[in-house]
Write a protein that binds this ligand. Sequence first.
Ligand SMILES: NC(=O)c1ccc[n+]([C@@H]2O[C@H](COP(=O)([O-])OP(=O)(O)OC[C@H]3O[C@@H](n4cnc5c(N)ncnc54)[C@H](OP(=O)(O)O)[C@@H]3O)[C@@H](O)[C@H]2O)c1
Length: 205
Amino acid sequence: MSDHVSVGAIWAQDRDGIIGADGGMLWRVPADFRHFRAATLGCAVVMGRTTWESIGCALPGREGIVLTRRSDWEAPGALVAHDLRTGLSEARDAVGQLGPDPRDGDYRRLPRVWIIGGGLVYAQALAVGVVDHLVISTIDIDAAARAKARGVPPRTLTRAPLLGEQWRHARDRSDPPGSWRPASGDAAWRVDHWLRLTRGGVWST
Ligand SMILES: NC(=O)c1ccc[n+]([C@@H]2O[C@H](COP(=O)([O-])OP(=O)(O)OC[C@H]3O[C@@H](n4cnc5c(N)ncnc54)[C@H](OP(=O)(O)O)[C@@H]3O)[C@@H](O)[C@H]2O)c1
C-alpha cells in the first residue's frame, strides 16, 4: 500500500519472555531505558491503560495514545482511543504533525509509530498483523524468581506474545548471537530485531 505507515512494537523481556508483573516492572536497566527513548523519541506511542498508569505520565517528546474501553476516562498530555484500530489511526495522523525525525543513527531506520505495551496490546497488535518490526530487549534476569522474592503473585506475571513463523530474525540488525551488552543497573541485556515476512494485516492501519 502506498500510504502504508510502518508500525513497530518495542518491549523488554526476561530470558523467559516475562515483561512485567502486577502492573509494574521487575527490573531496572537504565541503558535499556535510554535505548527505548532513543528508538521512540519524536514518535507516536500507543499503549494500554495499565501501561499508561505504570508509567505515570506522558512520555516527553512523544505523542501518546492510550487505549481504554472506559468512555469518560482521560490521560493528561495524551490522546485516548477506544479501540486499537482508532488508536493506530490517530498515531499515524500524529506522526504527520511531529516534524522532522529527531532520532540518531540506526534509530532513524525504525518506524515512527510504536506499540509500547503492555501484554494485552502487544498480543492484539501481533494477532491482527499490523506490526512490521519488533525491537526486543532481553534482560539477563529471572523475573519470576524476582517476583516470588517480592511476594508478587505468579498469576500477575505478564508475558510477551510468542512469535509465529511470520517473523524473521534480522540478524544483521541484532546483537551478535549469544552476546550481552554490559550490565546496567540490575542486569546485562541484548537487543534483537524481528521483521514481519508479509505485509498487510487483517485491517489496514
Ligand atoms: N517490559 C516492557 O517492555 C513492558 C512494556 C509495557 C508494559 N509492560 C508491563 O506490562 C504490564 C501491563 O500489561 P497488561 O497486559 O496488564 O495491560 P496493558 O496492555 O498495558 O493495558 C490493558 C488495558 O488497555 C486497554 N485496552 C487494551 N486493548 C484495548 C482495545 N483493543 N481497545 C480499548 N482498550 C484496550 C484496557 O483498558 P481498560 O481496562 O481501561 O478498558 C485494558 O485493560 C505491566 O506490568 C507493565 O509494567 C512491560
